[in-house]
Structure formats: structure tokens, C-alpha cells
Design a protein around this ligand. Structure first.
Ligand SMILES: Nc1ncnc2c1ncn2[C@@H]1O[C@H](COP(=O)(O)OP(=O)(O)O)[C@@H](O)[C@H]1O
Ligand SMILES: [Mg+2]
Length: 239
């Protein structure tokens, strides 16, 4: 069964048709990266998958059901913002906020901290961490509820090259269905199995390797791609 199925989804925000005729199937336990420019509708698509937006047309199915009924199966990691850095909580407290059911006790919190390799940071304030460490804390928070699907909004936006690499190495270990959205085209690592491009409409490219040139077309400019762990320029510089 597909973890996520989107059928002819149209979303209007104000006057704009932000999502236009989106079709997408995400297999269980697969990792999909959706790449697109700012304003392309990436965050809106994640919100639609979460069932937070009522589409004008079409539908989203999570394991064959309405998102509202399946929300506990979805972990959401919002885009890292200045707000998160000022968050007046320790790492432990922030992660604990993801434990919204009784059974997500101490043990689950410790497990999530360990998974993200941030146990030794647990008493530090969020504001004292590096971008990559905050990102890990937010992912741990999303994992405490033991979701089957993990949605990540711009997970590499404010972290340095090394933290990006270790972030991508982490994804297969999570053993979840993962959808990440990003405007950072430098991210296509070995951990990503499938790639789609989103700019109001969605272009599904399937396997990562074949997707590289299409990404460049979407941006109409040269792009660096991180393939096999190495930055790789797929188009020449502008004249
Ligand atoms: N609540 C809203 N009301 C009206 N327009 C919105 C709203 N939220 C986002 N938009 C518009 O929808 C478009 C897509 O936004 P968004 O999904 O945030 O794109 P992305 O995450 O790819 O940068 C943008 O043009 C944005 O201005
Ligand atoms: Mg966004």
C-alpha cells in the first residue's frame, strides 16, 4: 500500500492557485525529495498532506484514508526558523513536546535522543545549539510519537555542509516513509531514492539519477548537485 497518495490536488490560497493538479504516490518506507523554488508551493503541499488545508479539488490519502484520521502516523518537522532558536526550552524539553500520548514516555524520548545522537546535549538550551543540532532536536521531537511518515520542510536550509551530509546519512536509519521538500538543489544524496520537482505543478522524476538535468531545467540556471556524496555541477555557469 502507498503511504501517501495524492490525486488531482488543487489548492487555492487567496487569489492564487498554489497547487495545480498534483498527482503523487509515495511508497511505504521510501524517501522522496521534492525540490522547487521559493513560493513554489512546497510548504503548502506538506500542509495538505497533513490535512491542514482544504483542497479546492482532489484528495490526499494516507494509508488509504483521510489525513485527518491518520494524523498520528505523520511526524512533521517544520522549517528551522529564528523562532526555534529562541525557544525557551532545553533539548530534552523540546523533544518531550512531541510526546502527545501517554505511552510516549521517558523511554521513547531517550530512544529518539539516542537515534539522533543528541543525548549528551539534552540539558542544553535550544538557543545554544548549532543549526544542525537544532535540526536534530526537531527531528527527535517528531520521532517521539513514532510516526510512520516523516515530513521535513527545508531540513538543510540553515546547516553547514558537514551537518547536511550527516543529516542525509541519518535518513535510511530512520526506516520511515520520508518526504522532504527543499529549494536547496545541492542535496540529492544517495539517501534519496526518488525526486520530484514542484513549482505549482509537480513533475515526478522517479529515480534520483535521471532527475538531475530536469532539476536544472526547473531552475533555468546552473545547479550543483550533491551526488554520491560529492558536489557535482551538472550545468555550466551562465555566460
Ligand atoms: N496563507 C496564505 N494566503 C495566501 N497566499 C499564501 C498563503 N501561504 C502561502 N501563500 C502563497 O502561496 C505560494 C506558495 O507558498 P509556499 O507553499 O509557502 O511555497 P514554498 O514553501 O515552496 O516556498 C506563495 O506564493 C505564497 O505567497
Ligand atoms: Mg516553504
Amino acid at each position: 500500500m502507498n503511504a501517501i497518495e495524492i490525486r488531482d490536488l488543487w489548492v487555492r490560497l487567496g487569489k492564487e492557485l498554489v497547487l495545480q493538479g498534483i498527482n503523487l504516490e509515495v511508497e511505504e518506507k521510501s524517501t522522496l525529495a521534492i525540490i522547487g523554488p521559493n513560493g513554489g508551493g512546497k510548504t503548502t503541499l506538506l500542509r495538505a498532506i497533513l490535512g491542514l488545508i482544504k483542497p479546492e479539488r482532489g484528495r490526499v490519502l494516507i494509508f488509504g484514508e483521510e489525513p485527518e484520521r491518520q494524523r498520528a502516523k505523520i511526524g512533521y518537522v517544520p522549517q528551522l526558523s529564528l523562532f526555534d532558536r529562541d525557544f525557551p526550552a532545553t533539548v530534552y524539553e523540546a523533544v518531550k513536546m512531541g510526546a502527545y500520548r501517554k505511552e510516549h514516555g521517558e523511554e521513547k524520548i531517550e530512544k529518539a535522543l539516542k537515534m539522533l545522537e543528541i543525548e549528551e546535549l539534552k540539558d542544553m538550551m535550544i538557543g545554544e545549539l548549532s543549526g544542525g543540532q537544532v535540526q536534530r532536536a526537531l527531528i527527535a521531537r517528531a520521532l517521539v510519537g513514532e510516526p510512520e511518515i516523516l515530513l521535513l520542510d527545508e531540513p538543510t536550509a540553515s546547516i553547514d555542509y558537514e551537518a547536511k551530509t550527516s543529516f542525509y546519512d541519518l535518513l535510511p536509519e530512520l526506516k520511515k516513509t520520508i518526504v522532504l521538500v527543499t529549494h536547496d538543489v545541492g542535496i540529492i544524496s544517495e539517501s534519496i531514492e526518488k525526486v520530484a520537482c514542484l513549482n505549482r505543478k509537480l513533475y515526478y522524476h522517479g529515480e534520483r539519477e535521471g532527475a538531475l538535468e530536469n532539476v536544472s531545467e526547473l531552475y533555468h540556471c546552473p545547479v550543483d548537485i550533491l551526488a554520491h556524496g560529492l558536489p557535482h555541477r551538472v550545468l555550466r555557469e551562465h555566460e
